[in-house]
Design a protein around this ligand. Structure first.
Ligand SMILES: [Zn+2]
Length: 446
């Protein structure tokens, strides 16, 4: 047993002083505010671990390289494909491990990895057809973050058209072949909700663009089984228009009609929705995984987070393309974007945004026993400095976390009772610099 003495901590929805937390076998066994007993001191404000509900690890190599010139989501996608074309299981392991280490250093204790880079550059499977998925699982383990690997079905370059170019690396050729590969991967991992597991296999439909309607039905079985099922949904207006042209209904309606909406479904982005879409997602109790720093980087738009939450879809947060890896920035962006859109302030409380980034996020990834500093929960503790240039003088409560702090203020991270970060942000940066440098070496600045 290890006892920690937290100077300040967010417990049961508010910040308390001198909280003594006992940890045994990766779980929290005691939480006592205003404690008088001793423990390992953690100075600052301690929060539950954050869940990063939407990640494509390899996109990290694009930061700073795609934020140039003009263009759109679709021109950005060409640059993203250039990186996807370069990776093999060894280089992807290195890049993902460094990227996950950046997440850990920013206070993330779980990641939902939306994984579609499955095959060799010519589209044929590796000797181990799950070589890329296994590289990601190993990278997460070695970086000290839990992972829900969302193995992604991708069969079409757009509403039935064959995959082309680098997309062949994503393509399993049929929903049945994909299912077989996922079954082999699942055999090696825990299932959602399993005691103590640190890697879970979930599934994803890339989007209604990339998965024909009849193949969506294959995914419905996972929804019924309570497996985390994620899908990119209505990120682009063009995707909605193309879906209506192809199927006569919106993407959300198409998913509903094929049994894809359920309480373990996450609609990723959910940016451009009709009133009926919001009602369907809310009635199904599907999660809405917003990725504000990516959505602003790509010029996607601002989704109806508040209306979705009111309809029954809990908000979760992901860093997606990793233009930014900072849970604090994602949280405040939800409120600040809503202010820009409505010209009014005060849509989300800091406590609501913390719940989205912690308990609700973990629940959506199949780790319902994480995301709170409470007895019986996984021992995830994220401590931030309250005297940094950003946080000093800001009130030392949940508003400091949501509206002042940044990932750089994280000083200590405990995941499942293990210390995984002790404040050396420089080492995290140097590892990323080396790995990404090697990846682009001799290839020009694409
Ligand atoms: Zn995505």
């Amino acid at each position: 047993m290890t006892a920690y003495l937290l100077e300040r901590a967010w417990v049961e929805g508010r910040v308390r002083d001198t909280v003594r937390v006992e940890v045994e076998h990766g779980r929290i066994t005691s939480v006592v505010p205003d404690a008088t007993d001793t423990g390992v001191p953690l100075r600052g404000l301690t929060l539950p671990g954050f869940a990063n509900t939407h990640s494509h690890a390899f996109h990290r190599a694009l930061r700073g390289r795609t934020q140039t010139g003009r263009g759109s989501f679709w021109t950005w996608r060409e640059q993203m494909y250039a990186v996807a074309g370069r990776l093999d299981p060894d280089t992807y392991y290195e890049l993902a491990k460094a990227t996950y280490a950046e997440m850990v250093a920013a206070g993330y204790t779980s990641v939902g990895e939306f994984h579609y880079l499955h095959h060799r550059p010519d589209g044929t499977p590796y000797d181990d057809p799950n070589a890329m998925g296994n590289a990601l699982l190993a990278a997460a383990r070695d970086a000290g973050i839990r992972i829900t690997l969302l193995d992604t079905l991708y069969l079409s370059s757009g509403f039935g058209a064959a995959t082309e170019g680098v997309q062949r690396r994503f393509d399993d050729r049929s929903a049945e072949a994909w299912q077989e590969r996922v079954a082999a991967l699942s055999a090696l991992c825990g299932s959602a909700g399993a005691e103590g597991t640190s890697s879970v296999i979930g599934v994803a439909a890339h989007s209604v663009r990339a998965v024909p309607a009849d193949a969506l039905k294959v995914l419905a079985r996972y929804v019924e089984a309570g497996v985390p099922v994620h899908v990119h949904l209505s990120e682009q207006v063009k995707e909605n228009a193309d879906c209506v042209a192809a199927h006569g209904v919106t993407p959300t309606r198409l998913l509903a009609e094929h049994g894809l909406l359920g309480p373990m479904t996450s609609a990723v982005h959910a940016t451009h929705l009709t009133d009926e879409d919001i009602r369907l997602l809310g009635e199904a109790r599907a999660f809405a995984s917003f990725c504000p720093t990516t959505e602003r980087d790509l010029g996607d738009g601002i989704g109806p987070a508040r209306r979705l939450q009111a309809a029954g879809s809990a908000l979760t947060l992901g860093s997606d393309s990793h233009a930014v890896i900072d849970a604090f920035e994602e949280m405040r962006a939800v409120e600040l974007d809503e202010r820009l859109a409505t010209q009014a302030r005060g849509h989300w409380s800091a406590a609501e945004l913390l719940t989205a980034a912690t308990a609700d996020g973990h629940r959506s990834l199949g780790f319902a026993d994480a995301g709170e500093i409470a007895v019986g929960r996984r021992a995830d503790l994220v401590t931030i400095d309250l005297t940094s240039p950003r946080t000093a003088g800001t009130g030392r409560d949940e508003h400091t976390a949501v509206f002042a702090a940044s990932g750089a203020d994280v000083t200590h991270v405990l995941t499942d009772g293990k210390v995984v970060f002790e404040g050396d942000h420089g080492a995290v940066g140097r590892a990323l610099d080396a790995v990404i440098g090697r990846l682009w070496q001799g290839k020009g600045n694409a």
